[in-house]
Design a protein around this ligand. Structure first.
Ligand SMILES: Cc1ncc(C[n+]2csc(CCOP(=O)(O)OP(=O)(O)O)c2C)c(N)n1
Length: 534
């Protein structure tokens, strides 16, 4: 059946399992939209700024591990979305940015045509595994095949495909089919044997997990129990081993109490983790033991932390193979008190909390008690969430969102919306600061339109507190950190949301529970100076 290339592109995306595109249409994307009518299985979610589209696609991918799509116009649509694409790169998420581009015969000529950009590919090339333009309709199936092959088999990174308006409008027979996608590599047998040998000799092994190991959660828990090894995680890996597991220190990788433990490990197994600076806030952790790294990305094997055994393979089959190989060794005496050490370190952390962290803990613990165990928490860059990384128990993989690394303010609300679109039956709560919330506040109306039962806990400490604190500590005069805030409740209500300003812990808990069952989002503002938190 003949149709426009834009419509055929939507049909092919559906074949790759895409059920949602987040975007804002323009005259440059009309042909894409022609494939999104009633007959399409793809839902178009209208966002209020393309950065929101990128962050929603990111949230969809965070929640599921599946590819997600943002659909935007050329020029400003692409540059608005670029921040979220940078974030998806930093957090290894399979996001496809599909955009228009001006008509082919105008490209690079500087005529000043609508939504012109000197060279669009160059804007996103540093933020993506692939940034390419379809010059003819028949380029589209090939470029989508390349994109989805990257998503299915390589370290997930975003991809940007641009389709100029004339190519979108060109007629095709639409007879396009999705290709069979490659799978991730399995581990090399000899390397697994060497890793198992190292672990067999270890007295005090340590496991580090990151966002690249969510699919291996079951195997990693088995491995840590088999080795009686403590597990620490990056913020992206939080919940892979439940935070209440007696061997888990969860996201406490940021804490000095944990840093002091790291040099004692004689073998470290790092699985799907960059071991990045933003997971520990020290440039280099003092790893002295033998290092086994399991990663899809060959560049991670010999970076700042060169591996003694570096296995470039998918985490789940690799850890399963490691468990099997390790079983061949006769059991050896090893450190018996791992669980006691975990309890001890948890207690040390509790005793070292600052007054402000104690307040965060009080609120987070009230929140934890009022939400189901499998709730997803979408955190923004704010002090409440920094504390949450080590103090908020999370029990499932893909259930603690934080824009690590790129550290983009404003990700949490749209991330939560994208996750709710992907997993409508999962409870989700967003945690935002008063500064970060203002970056993407307009997406409240998107959430209201979708009638999402989303509680948004707004931690209002009156300004850009982290930077205020940094300036105060450094003796630098406060510059640009004390701006005024809107009346948040009024703002939320004007966007068809509910708003609450709780006056006690029980009031807060009631607000959360009501919000989880509401027919729209609820903004729950908690002021840091509230008496009930002091
Ligand atoms: C896009 C972006 N711009 C600037 C920053 C720098 N930054 C980091 S934390 C922070 C303050 C955030 O304030 P708020 O959301 O109110 O959280 P708080 O620190 O007050 O808890 C700023 C400006 C950033 N992370 N991201």
């Amino acid at each position: 059946m003949s149709m426009s290339c834009g419509a055929a592109t939507m049909g092919l995306l559906a074949q790759y399992g895409i059920d949602t595109v987040f975007g804002i249409p323009g005259v440059h994307t009309l042909d894409f939209c022609s494939g999104l009518g009633e007959d399409s299985s793809i839902q178009h979610i209208q966002v209020r700024n393309e950065q929101g589209a990128g962050f929603m696609a990111e949230g969809y991918a965070r929640a599921t591990g599946k590819p997600a799509v943002a659909l935007v116009i050329s020029g400003p649509g692409v540059t608005n979305a670029a921040t979220a694409i940078g974030q998806s790169w930093a957090d290894s998420l399979p996001v496809l940015l599909l955009s228009a581009e001006p008509a082919s015969h105008t490209l690079g000529k500087g005529w000043g045509v609508l939504h012109e950009i000197t060279e669009q590919k160059a804007v996103t090339a540093p933020l993506t595994a692939l940034s390419a333009t379809a010059h003819r309709p028949e380029d589209v199936p090939e470029l989508l095949a390349q994109a989805f092959s990257i998503f299915s088999s390589a370290r997930p990174r975003p991809v940007h495909i641009s389709i100029p308006t004339d190519v979108q409008a060109a007629t095709t027979d639409g007879d396009w089919t999705a290709v069979e996608l490659p799978v991730r590599p399995h581990p090399d047998h000899d390397q697994v044997t060497r890793a198992a040998d190292l672990l067999a000799d270890a007295q005090n092994p340590l496991i580090m997990v990151g966002g690249g190991s969510h699919e291996a959660a079951v195997e990693i828990q088995q491995l840590c129990e088999q080795l009686n090894a403590i597990v620490i995680s990056s913020t992206s890996g939080k919940g892979i081993v439940p935070d209440d597991h007696p061997l888990s220190l969860g996201g406490a990788t940021v804490r000095p109490e944990v840093h002091r433990m790291v040099p004692n490990a004689d073998v470290v197994v790092a699985i799907g983790t960059e071991i990045s600076e933003t997971d520990s806030f020290v440039e280099r952790l003092d790893i002295r033991g033998k290092l086994i790294r399991i990663d899809l990305d060959p560049r991670k094997i010999n970076d700042l932390y060169p591996a003694d055994v570096g296995i470039v393979a998918d985490a789940a089959p690799t850890v399963a193979a490691l468990i099997k190989a390790f079983k061949k060794h006769s059991p050896r005496a090893r450190q018996k008190d791992s669980e006691a050490l975990v309890t001890n370190i948890r207690n040390q952390i509790k005793s070292q909390l600052t007054p402000s962290e104690q307040q965060h803990c009080k609120l987070l613990s009230a929140l934890r008690d009022s939400i189901p165990r499998d709730t997803i928490l979408a955190g923004d860059v704010c002090q409440l969430v920094y504390t949450g990384a080590f103090a908020m128990p999370v029990y499932n993989p893909r259930s603690w969102f934080y824009p690590a690394g790129y550290c983009t303010l404003g990700a949490a609300l749209p991330n939560a919306i994208g996750a709710m679109q992907a997993l409508p039956d999962r409870p989700i709560v967003a945690l935002v600061g008063d500064g970060g919330f203002m970056f993407t506040v307009q997406e409240l109306i998107t959430a209201a339109e979708l009638k999402l039962p989303l509680p948004i806990v707004l931690w209002d400490n009156g300004g850009l507190k982290q930077i205020q604190d940094d300036m105060d500590r450094g003796g630098i005069p406060r510059v640009g950190v004390d701006g005024i805030n809107p009346d948040f409740s009024l703002l939320a209500r004007s966007m068809h949301c509910h708003a609450e300003e709780p006056s006690s812990i029980s009031d807060f808990q009631r607000a959360i529970q009501t919000a989880l069952a509401a027919d729209r989002p609820t903004l729950i503002t908690v002021r840091e100076d509230s008496e009930w938190l002091l």
